[in-house]
Ligand binder design. Sequence first.
Ligand SMILES: Cc1cc2nc3c(=O)[nH]c(=O)nc-3n(C[C@H](O)[C@H](O)[C@H](O)COP(=O)(O)O)c2cc1C
Length: 328
Amino acid sequence: MFKHLFTPFQIGNMELRNRIVMLPMTTGYGEVDETVGDRFIAFFAARAEGGAGLIVIPFSPVAAGSPAEPGIFADRFLPGVSRLTAAIRAHGAKSSCQLITSYHVILGNGTPEAVGPSPVLNQILRRTPRALTVAEIKSIVAAYGSAARRVREGGFDALEVLVGGGYLLNRFLSPIANLREDEYGGSLENRLRIVREVVAAIRAAVGDDFPVGVRLNLDEQMPGGHTIAESVPVARALEEAGVNFIDSYTGWHEASVPTVAASVPKGGFAHLAGAIRGAVGIPVIAANRINDPFTAEKILSAGQADLVGMARALLADPELPSRYSRTS
Ligand SMILES: Cc1cc2nc3c(=O)[nH]c(=O)nc-3n(C[C@H](O)[C@H](O)[C@H](O)COP(=O)(O)O)c2cc1C
């Protein structure tokens, strides 16, 4: 019944037992000091025990003062991270850290501040972010490098950088939020610069053999924003920059187009992953509304992706992979 879904897959030196990726989800289970504790670890260990191949977990590489995403911006986070990755490994799954910076960061003075490439109204925050200086951009890039070192030391098998959701790095990439006139704005090459620098800083920290991916917004679903037409050259540039896989994302939190609602047909955005898979030689993960193994198998057998991502399906039913693998 499932010719592809329960077959192993290799990304670099990481061997996955099947094609099911648990997509990153903030859980609210982090501790108030932004570390991870027993509740957080138990949640992800249960999904590993349930049979997912790869489990992606969001962490903040830059201090943000947010209880939503646990931190990986200091060495004090390492004991919790090591316990988390060991618990996942014990159940035969692999773990990947998503480095996520949303809208706020703490730069120096201890107060979370809404920042962006340019002072363009953020409709979710109902606030206009302050434009980062070049020195601040460099410090954020360096923070991604330091975080990546901890990702490896903490026992993760891979990492991905989020460039989606209308969050910080996505705002740099997109012409609708990036009005800069320096080397970080203007042409597509300039708007991609911070992402390239982040990838380079990460690669320098983790070495050549560690799988590094980008979760890329393939269609921003925003007027004037990137569509797949711009995302194909971006994905190619990322592949050339040494990125090892692309995880699909679509939409901004500010967009009115539904991307996760029940009105979206099952696997309704897999064609975006398919367009990228046809354009690059690195593995691609499909996402959005893949909530049963039949939809997942269909996407794999159509050649639209190498791996299928599930978020809420595994939130609701941690044992979905193992139950169906017994029937395959
Ligand atoms: C509670 C929740 C938290 C999420 N947090 C993140 C996140 O931190 N990073 C991210 O890239 N996507 C995040 N997402 C998006 C999911 O990874 C996924 O793309 C989306 O839910 C669509 O997949 P699904 O239909 O399988 O749920 C989140 C989704 C949910 C429901």
